[in-house]
Design a binder for this molecule. Structure first.
Ligand SMILES: Cc1ncc(COP(=O)(O)O)c(C=O)c1O
Length: 435
């Protein structure tokens, strides 16, 4: 029998006599069946560019969806594969029925999870903090940096409130200055983005703080180039990548970023309550922890930024399973499918008169979020139309004054071209019947 991740043989033997063995062995059997299914599919179907076919239909069946429910707003919150939910429920049951093991045994997952999470994103375990969500990770970094009154942070005009908020607080409490770097909402070029930030750097600039996955337009910021710019100028760089983990095949060391926060319950299939905060080794001594108990003084690793106090270990086991689920399918295969589905959507939308696609076509500057507008308040009508006709969920996003108001569609691995085409049908129908 496989021991639950993170438990030593001795601990697990103790576990067996503690009365939780039955449910855990049943869980192992249930999840092993799902793992074997993916392995068998991998052996049978080549990893090619085709977005559809039996492979992905079978992967979809590994999620539990309500009848006919089509979730295409992962940008907010995505579904869990069944194996992840099984894991979550079983470990919550341990906590509910045997809290003694809940605090003695279950926390053993923390370090093995950190190692697995680090490997998944191309980091070292000492560079990974396990937070609750992106907003928390961003707050931890911003709050933890020593900045002086007048020090400047450069941010784009396309940022999320969860990223702007902590800097506004820092502005109020520490007197730092937020300088906005305006980007065109439909920017299409790495040089344009890097050039805009380069031009804004001044003698007081200390850090570039930007979205990786822009929630309103679907732009993927060129982090590698921006990190190089920042480091060439002696600056730090922070990325808000709320959507990145599970959507993109991340290699954080290669990106060169100093700080990176992400939410694995959007695209990776983890439950809410757990987040990733990466801090590059060289930047670790620049950030103080925000929430502490004992032991932080002598901790040189990113784990000093883990929230202290009791926390839900069940969600950590579930994240562990979500990482396994994604790894079995393959990170590159996942990114390719997500991008292939988005490319089909953008291609069809661009051919419809009256539609303005806000997301770049370039797969280097875009991925699973596609945003577009139709004008005439058709955006909110499209949300309702798709929900009523197909039980398909998308959302409106952005701001009319800034020229970013539109529909945002997520193209996760479990949807198919058929569902992309349903969105396109809705757009065509509403434009044809425009009052
Ligand atoms: C770009 C961006 N940053 C931050 C957040 C906040 O994420 P969370 O609520 O997971 O902390 C979101 C949420 O969707 C987002 O899109």
């Amino acid at each position: 029998m496989i021991s639950p991740s993170g438990l030593s043989r001795r601990e697990f033997a103790r576990y067996l006599v503690a009365g939780s063995a039955l449910s855990l062995s049943a869980l192992d059997a249930l999840n092993a069946g799902i793992a074997q299914k993916v392995t068998a599919l991998n052996q049978k179907y080549l990893d090619d560019e085709a977005p559809d076919g039996v492979y992905w239909e079978e992967i979809r069946k590994l999620y539990d969806f309500e009848d006919r429910f089509i979730m295409m707003n992962n940008g907010t919150l995505g579904p869990m594969p069944r194996s992840v939910f099984n894991t979550l429920a079983k470990y919550y049951h341990v906590q509910a029925s045997n809290p003694f093991d809940g605090y003695n045994i279950l926390p053993a997952i923390r370090e093995s999870l950190r190692t697995k999470l680090a490997a998944f994103v191309g980091a070292s375990p000492g560079e990974v903090a396990i937070t609750s969500n992106t907003t928390e990770g961003l707050n931890f970094v911003v709050n933890g940096l020593d900045l002086k009154p007048g020090d400047e942070v450069l941010m784009s005009n396309l940022e999320h409130p969860g990223h702007i908020g902590p800097w506004k607080l820092k502005e109020k409490r520490a007197g730092i200055v937020i300088k906005e770097v305006p980007l065109s909402p439909t920017t299409r070029s790495t040089d344009e983005i890097v050039g805009a930030f380069a031009a804004a750097i001044g003698p007081k600039t200390r850090i570039i703080s930007i979205s990786h996955t822009v929630f309103i337009t679907g732009l993927i910021m060129p982090l590698k180039e921006l990190s190089k710019l920042a480091h060439d100028k002696g600056l730090l760089i922070l990325a808000d990548s709320a959507h990145g983990i599970g959507m993109l095949d991340l290699d954080l060391k290669a990106l060169g970023i100093d700080f990176f926060a992400s939410s694995p319950y959007k695209w990776l299939g983890a439950p809410t309550g757990v987040g990733l905060l990466y801090v590059r080794k060289d930047a670790l001594d620049k950030v103080h922890p925000t929430v502490v108990s004992s032991g932080w003084e002598n901790n040189p690793d990113a784990s000093k930024l883990d929230p202290s106090g009791q926390r839900s270990d069940a969600v950590l086991y579930a994240l562990d399973e979500a990482l396994d689920f994604n790894t079995r399918i393959g990170k590159t295969r996942i990114e390719r499918r997500i991008k292939a589905l988005a490319a089909r959507l953008k291609q069809q939308l661009a051919a419809i008169p009256g539609v303005k696609v806000h997301t770049p076509v370039d797969p280097y500057l875009s991925a699973g979020l596609t945003a577009f507008s139709m004008g005439g308040s058709l955006e909110s009508r499209l949300v309702d139309y798709l929900r009523e006709k197909y039980n398909l969920v998308v959302r409106t996003t952005g701001n009319a004054q800034a020229g970013t108001y539109g529909i945002r569609v997520s193209t996760p691995i479990y949807i198919s071209t058929k569902e992309v085409d349903m969105v396109v049908e809705g757009v065509r129908t509403l434009l044809a019947h425009k009052a």
